[in-house]
Design a protein around this ligand. Structure first.
Ligand code: WTA
Length: 665
């Protein structure tokens, strides 16, 4: 069934040029066409701008698709490229990271600031690499897990691991003990880096306590390094746990560790992300291809220059922070802001005060944040001078034209380039975006723009044919690109099944998209059961399995429903076991179970008790049908959605379900 999409807006806007090169849409298309015709040659020329210890023999090994390998035979090191290379130039004393802590004094002024130059960062990373190597004996091929809040030690440990060729997996500090344990176990991490606690909205989160709980179930971890952040007393297990500051006292100030010569296709990190079914997938990223894509997008998308003050508001626990706080900006020798806490703490203008305080020029944030700021009102923004901002992008979810217009006007003075960059954990870096650093085409509020050079993206219908203009279809990427995953860790079959089977030969992103008359892409949201809460990716499976762990619950379904600020919020539908009756207390208890099992980011926005859930004959819960019922939208395409089930059966289940819903409100 074809769905024609009413595009929200088609106003073209022309940002003011600031050294950017303006081209027509047609010209961009021609340039783009050339770049994808010879995408190997094109990407090789980009990769040659990095410094390689050894040049590659082959640009792309495509002998075993979809397990592509980029720049085979090439050798490099991510820590060398982000640090050593700059330290040898005038950038040695250039500021790399300006970090601001969350806590404020009684006047609301930030209490803590740390400034790290490239040389400072280089020193610290070398010392930590020395510690990991000499004290813990870590070497290339080992894996460590990092569970830290947004403090400079987070990028420092990531870069130190990279220096040794040690693979790291960062676990977002808002995840629970269970989530941490499952990630440690899957990645078989030998060492865990964590903190005593974390600041969040003025409160302390007992990170070490959560880590200890996780470690009860995560036997691969033999050693724990604890960074003192909040200064609370924590349990230290003798022989296993050690404080970072104490360990570092034993490391020479001028420790130097030779950067490991890693192969281009050697893994840099594993990042776990939610899928449709089953446990989170360990997306494995390579080194050479990944850094090539980051180098390209930092220049093309962010137009990064030496005098910029760049700020990406993401948390490093998610891919956006990996690529566009840690590796991307540092690769380019940029100066960036790293902020520890909530953007609206202690007052709604914290984020604008940061822009003003440091003179931020490039601002990369999420639509949820923008909608939240918008709700607080214009006054908070107008209190501050944001005139340094010259470029804005958002990421993580579609941006509605209202939010776009609001930020563009208030902070972007209705003149700066402003785009919505589409990409995902799996793609490693930005794939569809405006490229103000290269060629600027007219902008449209809400659009993602066009695929970047060297990336052949398209929108296909159910049968794999190109969707018509303005017809909703599935987003695919038709050529291998640097930055693509190596595989799903320890599950290559799943990698093939999830991404490369729906449209054989093409990477299936799992998103709905449309192309408009000009060829601009509009990514509409997930076509599967992944939920995007405030731009954070959550799988229904994780939330449902958390609910089912409660003894009262027989069956559970979780769906995402639209929310004016967060984009989507999860709600749960629960069938209780015999002997249990619905109550407010039970609802609270279930809420708590989910928080415990998944983490505070996963709070459900409501739990409904029902006696039946719409399913297919084979027993699969039809979440999309539930969503249609809840949002009172067309349930239309159930026939095409599930062929195993008879429509009548579903309709009946639906009616009962509706009646139930009405009963429970
Ligand atoms: C969504 C985040 C619309 C999309 C970098 C994708 C977007 C998922 C955009 C990946 C955007 C990301 N416009 N949707 N600009 N950016 N998405 O892995 O649904 O956390 O599949 O990576 O976010 O989420 P992930």
């Amino acid at each position: 069934m074809s769905v024609t999409w009413a595009l929200p807006f088609e106003t073209k806007i022309q940002p003011k040029l600031n050294g950017n090169k303006q081209v027509t849409i047609e010209t961009y298309k021609e340039i783009h066409q050339k770049s994808i015709e010879d995408f190997r040659g094109f990407w090789a020329s980009v990769a040659s701008e990095l410094e390689w210890f050894k040049a590659w023999d082959k640009v792309l090994d495509d002998s075993n698709p979809p397990f592509y390998k980029w720049f085979v035979g090439g050798e490099l090191n991510a820590s060398y490229l982000t640090l050593d290379r700059h330290v040898r130039t005038w950038r040695k004393n250039k500021v790399a990271i300006i970090w601001e802590g969350e806590p404020v004094d009684e006047n609301g002024n930030p209490k803590e600031k740390r400034v790290l130059t490239y040389y400072d960062l280089y020193r610290e990373v070398n010392r930590v690499a020395y510690l990991l190597k000499t004290k813990y004996g870590l070497k290339k091929g080992d894996t460590i897990a990092i569970y830290l809040p947004m403090i400079p030690e987070l990028p420092i440990f990531m870069l130190a691991a990279a220096r040794l060729g040690v693979v790291f997996t960062v676990v977002f500090s808002g995840f629970s003990a269970d989530a941490l344990a499952s990630r440690i176990n899957d990645s078989e991490a030998k060492l865990l880096v964590t903190a005593d606690g974390a600041w969040r909205r003025g409160k302390i989160i007992n990170l070490k306590e959560i880590a200890d709980k996780a470690l009860e179930k995560a036997p691969t971890v033999k050693d724990v390094i604890v960074v003192r952040r909040v200064g609370i007393n924590v349990n230290m297990k003798p022989g296993r746990d050690a404080y970072y500051d104490e360990l570092m006292k034993q490391v020479p100030l001028d420790a130097y560790v030779e950067p490991e010569r890693v192969k281009s296709e050697d893994p840099l990190y594993i990042l776990y992300t939610s899928g449709t079914t089953g446990k989170p997938k360990g997306i494995v990223h390579d080194t050479g291809g990944y850094l090539t894509l980051l180098h390209a997008t930092m220049r093309w998308v962010f137009d990064i220059r030496d005098d910029d003050i760049y700020w990406c508001t993401a948390d490093i626990g998610w891919v956006t922070g990996h690529s566009y706080i840690v590796f991307g900006p540092l690769l380019e020798g940029a100066t960036e802001i790293m902020y520890e806490g909530a953007l609206d703490y202690p007052q709604p203008d914290r984020w604008v005060s940061i822009i003003e305080r440091y003179g931020v020029t490039i601002f990369y944030t999420s639509p949820t944040a923008v909608r939240q700021f918008m709700k607080y009102g214009d006054e908070w923004v107008k209190r501050h001078n944001t005139s340094t901002v010259r470029l804005i992008h958002t990421v993580g979810e579609p941006i509605n034209p209202e939010a776009f217009e609001w930020l563009w006007k208030l902070v972007g003075r209705s003149e700066v380039p402003f785009g919505s960059t589409w990409w995902m954990t799996e793609t490693g870096g930005i794939m569809i975006s405006h490229l103000p650093g290269l060629y600027l085409i007219p902008l449209k509020p809400g659009t993602n723009g066009m695929p970047i050079l060297g990336v052949n993206a398209d929108v296909l219908d159910e049968n794999g044919n190109p969707a018509k203009v303005e017809e909703r279809g599935y987003l695919v990427i038709k050529n291998p690109w640097p930055g693509m995953p190596l595989t799903i860790y320890k599950d290559p079959e799943r990698y093939v099944k999830v991404y490369w089977s729906k449209f054989p030969g093409f990477f299936y992103a799992g998103d709905y998209a449309v192309k408009d008359r000009d060829g601009y892409f509009w990514i509409l949201g997930r076509a599967d059961e992944v939920i995007k809460v405030a731009g954070h990716r959550l799988g229904t499976y994780e939330l449902e399995s958390a609910l089912i762990e409660n003894p009262a619950v027989a069956e559970a379904a979780v769906i995402g429903i639209p929310d004016p600020v967060k984009g989507e919020v999860p709600v749960g539908f629960v069938i209780l076991k015999a002997g249990y009756t619905p109550s407010k207390e039970l609802e609270k208890e279930l809420q708590e179970t989910v928080r415990q099992k998944v983490g505070p980011i996963a709070s459900l926005n409501g739990i409904y008790f029902v006696s039946k859930l719409p399913k297919t004959r084979s027993g699969k819960i039809m979440r999309r049908v539930i969503r249609a019922v809840v949002t009172k939208s067309e349930v239309g395409d159930i026939t095409t959605l599930e062929d195993e089930a008879s429509v009548e059966e579903i309709k009946k289940a639906l009616e009962e379900f509706r009646a139930e819903l009405e009963k429970t409100g």
